[in-house]
Write a protein that binds this ligand. Sequence first.
Ligand SMILES: O=C(O)CCC(=O)C(=O)O
Length: 310
Amino acid sequence: MNIVEKCLIESISEAHDLNVHDYVPIIKDPPTAAEFFSNYVSKNSPFILKGGICHWTALSKWSPAYFRETMSEKMVTVAVTPNGYADAVNGDRFVMPEEMEMKFCDFLDSIEEGEDESDVFYIQKQNSNMTSDFPEIIGDIESHINWATDAFGAKPEAVNFWMGQKDAITSMHKDHYENLYAVISGEKTFTLHPPCDRPFIPHKNYKPAKYQKVGETWTIKDLLDSQPVPWIAIDPLNPDLETYPMYKNCKTLTASVKAGDLLYLPAMWFHHVTQTNGTIAVNFWYDMDFDWKYSFYQTLDNLSKSVLGT
Ligand SMILES: O=C(O)CCC(=O)C(=O)O
């Protein structure tokens, strides 16, 4: 181990001790905007608000049966893959899903067939599809989280609708957004690492590609005109510690977010997400503040690339 690695391990271990809980705290009452900002946002610290969205009518209404009544013939964009990994590493490639337009009722059939279905279906468009694509059901949720909007001083930049099969997995990544993530039905499991763990999390450049189904056969099509995609090289569910021994220094937190719960996932936290079959969720992305924490992260990112080569 060289001196830079040793120094990073020591300083990041101290950052864990000072700033990162061993678990994601669960709170029962919504914070005020001031409490949210000072106890969580400024500390870049996640929490789960248990039952935080139980007052939404979506909790009692949203189900495959209700969606069949309200939106059966509606066309939806669905990410389809042979293995459940949309936007994820496969060998030396970063492979995106095939995006299929289908009737909502056909998508619901695939969810209800569950494990008998060989392809994996996930509505996971991250372009504020809740507001743009689902006017029929938008009245069943709140359009924003008021204490978060007050704390951030602006409404969410995007509100996304997620619904997918059990095998649909979101690979480890981070976002430059403050995230309020609400589960309406089912359960999501988030595996988390704090942003300070960047030097322990290997990144590589991958050839961009897309899954494509021709007849009954899946192929991977290279996107030759696109730039290499930098992505995280490790799967937290099955980490290759021989190749990436520094990963064992990460602090790993697990958050199980159940129906009615609201997770605050601070900006820049690494996250990997799995779900039970048919889980329905809505999340609010608020713009983050590009403050000193962001600059600190960028320093670690540059150091990781230039000195550690990761
Ligand atoms: O629910 C998921 O599968 C992924 C959620 C996510 O990555 C996000 O909200 O940023």
